[in-house]
Design a protein around this ligand. Structure first.
Ligand code: FES
Length: 169
């Protein structure tokens, strides 16, 4: 028994049918898996390969290449801080340090309560608002100076506690 349930398999067939070549469905199928599990379990790699007529090595390469795919479980809030040139010039290194302090974790780690995962990412195409912090790939916090970090974390915690899961996967 793999990670694809019967329901997911039906959806996967519909997705694959939308493309002239099966392998073009690799990313949407991976997204389907991640929506369900919050990350890409190892077993899903071979299943996606079979569904798309490719090899596990090929699918694994796609997972590793795109930062939006997670190879491990992540927190409710995935915090992606850009530390590329523009953001770095505007103090992203200090913002990163503050995030580590406030969360008590390092880059790539998840808080013990499973609430936050901290990641460093490349340019998010919002250089004019640097430094920027992307939350769960849907919400962008701009001009994130160190003194804003505690407020942002508190806001996210409060939002989760209030049941507003707008940015929660
Ligand atoms: S360098 Fe950070 S958004 Fe472009």
């Amino acid at each position: 028994m793999g990670v694809f349930t019967e329901e997911m398999l039906k959806e996967a067939e519909n997705i694959v049918a939308q493309y002239p070549q099966r392998k073009a469905a690799i990313m949407p199928l991976l997204w389907l898996v991640q929506e369900r599990f919050g990350y890409i379990p190892n077993e899903a790699i071979a299943e996606v390969a079979e569904l798309t007529g490719t090899t596990p090595v090929h699918v694994e390469a796609v997972v590793k290449f795109y930062e939006m795919f997670h190879e491990r479980p992540v927190g409710k809030y995935q915090l992606m801080l850009c530390t590329n040139v523009s953001c770095l010039l505007r103090g992203a290194d200090k913002t990163l340090q503050k995030l580590k302090e406030v969360l008590g974790i390092d880059v790539g780690e998840t808080t013990p309560d499973g609430m936050f995962t901290l990641e460093e990412v490349e340019c998010l195409a919002a250089c004019d608002k640097a430094p920027v912090l992307l939350v769960n790939a849907v919400e962008l916090f701009e001009n994130v100076t160190p003194n804003k970090v505690e407020q942002i974390i508190a806001e996210l915690r409060q939002r989760y506690g209030s049941g507003d899961k707008e940015t929660i996967q």
